[in-house]
Design a protein around this ligand. Structure first.
Ligand SMILES: [Zn+2]
Length: 484
């Protein structure tokens, strides 16, 4: 299958107008600063090194990843055929942020429901091979739009399609790393001196979907009766050139991209939000990242006008932040990445899987058959999952934490409380292998706490310690990258 691609909106460095604060360090000096700490690859640039020579370079680019052929859509089990058209194009976008004399950090945002571990590894490999970056410096985020294509084995027990569709999914998956690399290449080529700054805004459309019945939401909202934890923060990171013109903006929100469940390709509300931000800032590339919105829905929903409305609300929040003074970031960064072994509760026996393979629930049966296939191939079913956790420090003390999977809101609320306000948390990052419930949600069960594991093809629910293990590793990395 041919996947169309198109590189757009490159910001070429304007050398003649360079504002002249980017003086790369001699290579020997920057190499000396590379330190490996235990299993964590951490790049530390002491702030003192740049006290007299501040300067970021940044480049942004986007490559179209809308499938060129009608293929199976991701996120909902209820669909019975491939996509029938395009509402808005899907994009792979890249932001390359380079502090003077050090390797850049690269953020990739994808208008996809998620990517599996193998796809993530393949994308990282092409970027690492070509741009010689440490793994820790690359973050791959999925917007979690439910109007994108099925990719790799992500949510594979959810879909029942024929071999022809399977081949399209495989071909799309195979093409994806090359398309992401094109976006990264273009962003690297577009690097130019910029000032980076950040600030957090707010948008109120995310609703805790476990605590509020969907049909009641308009009435509950009107009466101020919506229940359950939410995170309405809209973190914004802006890059401006020497003339103060916005060249790129990264923003996040913790809410499922599930306004639409129809048969058209669309970035859902994040897609509309990015378009609105870009329209208001001609020439700039806007990247959305999904926060800890696994138990949050944009409600009410199922009308494209609502997807546009929430997109505009989010874009307005970003534009409002951009219009006011933002906190400048000195040109320094550090990055850490580690996969921790996240325990599953229990691994059923072969006999139990054989029983499940005959279950009336076709999703339970599909999962059992996938896992039996694995056993038949002589492979074990591991009792833990290599769960990716990553932390970047940008400037003196802004931390961006990325977590794999569909992370519930309790994590961002707890981490921001425990680790201080200058902390952004990205979910759906690097590998979307499952829902990631907090201890509370795991105990309560339900979709996010238990049954969603079936669609992700994992053998059981998570073990009781997941929240503590994740929070412990994040705290360790944030401390490390902040140099405290
Ligand atoms: Zn989801």
């Amino acid at each position: 299958m041919v996947v169309g691609f198109e590189v757009i909106r490159l910001h070429r460095p304007r050398r003649s107008r360079s504002i002249g604060f980017a003086f790369p360090l001699p290579p020997a000096r920057s190499h000396a600063m590379i330190r490996t700490l235990l299993a964590v690859l951490v790049l530390v640039l002491p702030s003192a090194a740049f006290a007299t020579e501040p300067g970021w370079k940044a480049g942004f680019a986007a490559v179209k990843i809308t499938p060129a052929q009608p293929m199976w859509m991701s996120g909902y089990a209820s669909r019975t055929g491939p996509a029938e058209g395009t509402e808005i194009e899907l994009w792979a976008k890249a932001a390359v942020l380079e502090p003077a004399g050090a390797p850049p950090v690269v953020l990739v945002s994808l208008d996809l429901v998620g990517i599996d571990r193998d796809t993530s590894l393949a994308i990282c490999k092409v970027i690492v091979d070509k741009h010689k970056l440490p793994r820790a410096n690359i973050a791959i985020s999925s917007s979690h739009t439910h109007c994108g294509p099925v990719v790799g084995k992500n949510l594979r027990s959810m879909y029942f399609f024929d071999d022809a569709q399977g081949k399209l999914v495989d071909a799309y998956t195979d093409a994806l790393p090359g398309l992401v690399l094109k976006a990264v290449d273009a962003a690297v080529a577009a690097k130019q001196p910029v000032e980076l700054s950040w600030k957090t805004g707010t948008a109120g459309f995310a609703v805790n979907r476990r605590e509020n019945k969907e049909p009641d939401v308009p009435m509950l909202r009107e009466n101020g009766l919506l229940k359950g934890p939410v995170d309405h923060d809209v973190p914004v990171l802006a890059a401006r050139d020497a003339k103060g013109k916005l060249t790129g903006v990264i923003f996040g929100y913790a809410c499922h991209a599930t306004v639409m469940s129809y048969m058209k390709w669309s970035g859902d509300y994040p897609g509309f939000a990015m378009l609105d931000v870009e329209k208001a800032n001609p020439g700039a590339v806007a990247l959305f990242f999904a926060g800890c919105g696994a138990d949050q829905n944009p409600l009410p929903r199922r009308d494209v006008e609502l997807a546009k409305k929430y997109g505009k609300q989010l874009a307005d929040a970003v534009i409002a932040v951009l219009a006011k003074p933002m906190t400048p970031l000195p040109a320094e960064a550090s990055a850490a990445y580690r996969e921790i072994e996240l325990p599953l509760k229990e691994i059923p026996t072969r006999e139990e899987f054989l029983k499940q393979a005959d279950a009336k629930d076709k999703f339970v049966a599909a999962r059992a058959k996938l896992l039996l296939k694995q056993l038949d191939a002589g492979k074990d079913i591991p009792s833990t999952y290599p769960y990716p956790i990553q932390s970047w420090r940008l400037g003196k003390d802004l931390s961006l934490v990325t977590l794999g999977g569909e992370v519930v809101v309790d994590y961002s609320l707890r981490l921001k409380k425990d680790l201080g306000g200058n902390l952004w948390v990205m979910g759906y990052a690097n590998d979307v292998m499952a829902y990631i419930p907090s201890a509370r949600v795991l105990k309560e069960g339900g979709y996010e706490g238990a049954s969603a594991m079936i669609y992700y093809g994992l053998p059981s629910v998570w073990g009781v310690k997941v929240e503590d293990l994740i929070v412990e590793e994040v705290a360790k990395q944030v401390k490390q990258t902040r140099g405290k």
